[in-house]
Design a protein around this ligand. Structure first.
Ligand code: PMP
Length: 454
């Protein structure tokens, strides 16, 4: 067989060509194909700290960070050590391990405000898609109802019911949904405009008795970043509860990244500062979903909530869910190590890097007269090429998105890897030290010029 094995690819282009011969589009997840920015996707062979290195041996400062998990930077030595130790004890047992309980206890302790956690029980799964899919099944199981409400531009993974007007790769490819989803399934998801209280009231007025739950990104970050208007998450939870429906806050992307207690914790802390007499959270969803950071770069995700709802899951209750790889010991080791290392110093560094980069990028764009708005949700940020503050998916889609590809490629040429789509957040890590931040800032003027010329 060795004589039939093609030689190891030498360039990104050769790697991509070879990949396209066996992987649809040359990728295992669509956005990786550079569809909206054009050009040749980089094929990586390693990553360390704030850098990724491609097959040609070229290194780039990384602002994708594995789409979120790498808050400590890539291949943090203590995380790698924990993973190697776990691996040496066996890759998976298909049975429980003590570390799963430790991770669940750690999550419960972190997602808490004033010592109270809305997460009494947690189930570990392998991907964010599984977490949201199971949360929805639980909402239907708990309420005996059929319909789900989601917001246009929010992305919750690729399960059938959640692809309607979703963000992320669907936004990048301008796809309203997906072929292969039956009309019956699509009809069970009601899609409404984000940040629109009247739309929320109306959908519940019309279908309230039939709605099992509302799923929402705690802060939208899959159509670029678009934080909820003040009070909007609170309103979602209140209206859902008034109608006996569940509120599912998707923190797959924001959880353990924007704050040690996720976007929910960030918001609750801000509320406590604003109103010290009532330090409790203003909104508490029934279910949370987590992914990305919780697995430290390994396939791990989770859903959690009150014991009353979570214990409807098998083996205790009638809602079925299972997984051969659920709670995989190597993934759990990566997640535990990452969360334990993610202390206050890490979060303040993430915030500082995000603040500097968003300010400097905005200044570079302004210097070239490029109309834009900076979008923030904690340390997640992105830019909308538009003169007005967006509130929803339609606003975001109306931007001068064609300015992003030349901006992106200029940065890439300068050795900075940005998300290959205007509809994605920029992800910083605590490994982005001042020297690295300066290098990014030095690359900005040329990129802003390219965006202006588009
Ligand atoms: N929910 C949100 C908010 C996400 O950002 C993502 C992935 N980007 C998912 C769910 C799906 O997670 P996964 O890709 O692990 O299935």
């Amino acid at each position: 067989t060795t004589s039939n094995t093609p030689p190891a690819p030498a360039t990104n282009q050769q790697s991509f060509d070879r990949a396209r011969g066996v992987l649809p589009g040359g990728v295992n997840s669509p956005v990786r194909a550079f569809g909206s920015v054009g050009g040749t996707p980089r094929f990586y062979v390693k990553a360390s700290g704030s850098y990724v290195t491609d097959v040609e041996g070229r290194s780039y400062i990384d602002l994708v960070n594995s789409w979120g998990p790498a808050i400590l930077g890539h291949a943090h030595p203590e995380v790698i050590d924990a993973v190697q130790q776990a691996a040496s004890r066996g890759l998976g047992f298909g049975a429980s391990t003590p570390a799963e309980t430790e991770l669940a206890e750690l999550v419960r302790a972190r997602i808490s405000v004033g010592g109270v956690s809305p997460i009494e029980r947690l189930r570990l799964v392998s991907t964010g898609t599984e977490a949201t899919m199971t949360a929805i099944r639980l909402a239907r199981g708990a309420t005996g109802r059929r319909l789900l409400v989601k917001f246009a531009g929010h992305y919750h993974g690729h399960s059938d019911g959640l692809l309607a007007e979703a963000g992320s790769g669907l936004a990048t490819l301008s796809m309203p949904g997906s072929a292969g989803v039956t009309a019956e399934t699509a009809a069970q998801t009601l899609v409404i405009e984000y940040n629109n209280v009247a739309a929320l009231e109306q959908v519940f007025a019309e279908h309230g008795h039939d709605i099992a739950g509302v799923i929402f990104e705690a802060a939208a970050a899959n159509m670029g970043v678009l934080a909820p208007q003040p009070g909007f998450n609170e309103t979602i939870v209140r209206i859902a509860h008034e109608h006996g429906a569940l509120a599912i806050s998707d923190e797959v992307l924001t959880g353990f990244r924007v704050d040690s207690a996720g976007y929910w914790g960030l918001d609750a802390r801000a509320a406590a500062v604003a109103n010290p007499d009532a330090p409790e959270a203003r909104w508490v969803p029934d279910l949370f979903t987590f992914g990305k950071v919780i697995g430290g770069g390994m396939p791990l995700a989770a859903l959690g909530g009150s014991a009353r709802i979570m214990e409807l899951l098998a083996p205790l209750g009638p809602v079925y869910q299972a997984g051969t790889l659920s709670g995989n010991p190597v993934a759990v080791a990566a997640g535990l190590a990452t969360l334990r290392l993610a202390d206050d110093a890490v979060y303040s560094r993430l915030n500082q890097v995000a603040e500097t980069l968003s300010t400097e990028t905005s200044a570079a764009l302004s210097a070239e007269g490029v109309e834009h708005v900076v979008q923030h949700a904690g340390n997640l940020f992105s830019f909308v090429f538009s003169g007005t503050e967006p509130l929803n998916f339609a606003d975001v889609k109306a931007q001068q998105g064609y300015r992003y590809a030349p901006f992106f490629h200029s940065m890439l040429e300068s050795g900075v890897s940005l998300p290959p789509s205007v509809f994605e957040a920029w992800f910083v890590s605590a490994a982005h030290d001042d020297g690295v931040v300066s290098k990014i800032v030095e690359a900005l003027p040329a990129a802003a010029k390219a965006a202006a010329a588009a």
